[in-house]
Design a protein around this ligand. Structure first.
Ligand code: NAI
Length: 303
């Protein structure tokens, strides 16, 4: 039907717009600029844009010092060259009209996000890919604000804080996301220096689906007065090899954010209990695949 090969449907991403110049948005702008994408960083006020630019400048200085240890001229050149790829703007519609990829990183509020994407859907080219960096809202629900055609080009692109340092991006595929769009996003994340994993649009995706119940159980240990805060963190760092204890990690995430996520999932009835039986565990044990000691478990150790 007019398409000769499927590869023609792949999009050559050149211009990226990131909406929201906060902690996450500025990080996404930075890694995209370092990968030589032309990036427009959008926010609603000059102060917010200035804040984003300061975050990027500080972070780039750190990257430059690492890259070119003793060479200040090269450090400066790297920073200046990277910043040349970044444009600051408050004009969403103008930026959207020339964007191949739009990544949203504004407040975690479904109504505000839907309103933004409804506006973007009207002004962006038909083939522009839309992404949300949401941590806790269903991507499918955010995408409902857009046309049916756009829903095939609307995915979650979940970066981690701090973006320049964290290697992972979760690509969230709703039921509608096309294979081409997924491939484009996997390619984009690779070019910005990250490893991507693919996951369905379920609460917490992969990382938070596992991490949040773990952190909540740590808080319940405190509720039950079974150990002190410091001892819970020490125990998980030294006994389980975690780089940060769960309560320290909760402080890093922000306790309001933790509560927002957990309350949202609870209200949606999203989580079953963590110790419920697992079919894969039952099956592997029944087969005698007990892990390393039997040569096979989730992975094959026989070779
Ligand atoms: P932030 O509060 O640092 O930044 C949000 C920015 O968006 C602010 O500069 C604000 O002025 C701007 N903004 C708000 N409404 C806007 C609108 N309608 N149009 C344009 N700009 C608007 O927030 P943060 O932490 O960067 O989070 C952004 C998104 O990323 C949220 O969806 C959050 O759930 C997600 N996220 C946050 C992580 C984190 O660790 N903070 C990790 C992964 C995802």
């Amino acid at each position: 039907r007019g398409f000769s090969t499927s590869s023609l449907l792949l999009k050559d991403i050149k211009h990226v717009t990131v909406i929201g110049a906060g902690l996450m948005g500025s990080g996404i702008v930075q890694v995209a600029a370092q990968a030589k994408y032309n990036v427009t960083m959008i926010d609603t006020t000059d102060a917010a844009l200035e804040n984003g630019k300061n975050i990027i400048s500080k972070s780039l200085k750190r990257v430059a010092r690492k890259k070119f240890a003793d060479d200040e001229a090269k450090q400066k050149q790297f920073i200046d060259e990277t910043l040349q790829y970044v444009t600051l703007s408050k004009d969403i519609e103008e930026a959207a009209a020339k964007s191949d990829l739009i990544v949203e990183a504004i407040v975690e509020n479904i109504d505000v996000k839907q309103k933004l994407f409804a506006q973007l859907d009207k002004v962006a080219p038909k083939d522009t890919i839309f992404c949300s960096n949401t941590s806790s809202l269903p991507v499918t629900q955010i995408a409902e604000a857009t046309s049916d055609a756009r829903k095939e080009r609307f995915a979650g692109l979940h970066f981690f804080n701090p973006v320049p340092a964290m290697k992972l991006v979760e690509i969230v595929r709703t039921e509608k996301v096309s294979d081409e769009v997924y491939t484009d996003l996997a390619d984009f994340t690779k070019k910005v220096g990250k490893t991507s994993v693919s996951c369905k649009d379920t609460p917490g995706f992969i990382v938070n689906r596992l991490l949040v119940p773990y952190m909540m159980e740590a808080m319940r240990v405190i509720d039950r007065e079974e150990a002190s805060i410091a001892d819970v963190d020490t125990a998980m760092k030294l006994g389980a090899g975690m780089p940060m204890g769960p309560l320290e990690l909760a402080d890093f995430v922000g306790l309001d954010t933790m509560k927002f996520i957990v309350d949202g999932w609870e209200k949606a009835g999203s989580l079953d209990t963590p110790l419920k039986e697992s079919q894969i565990l039952n099956k592997l044990v029944k087969e005698g695949n007990l892990g390393r000691k039997s040569g096979k478990g989730f992975y094959d150790y026989s070779k």
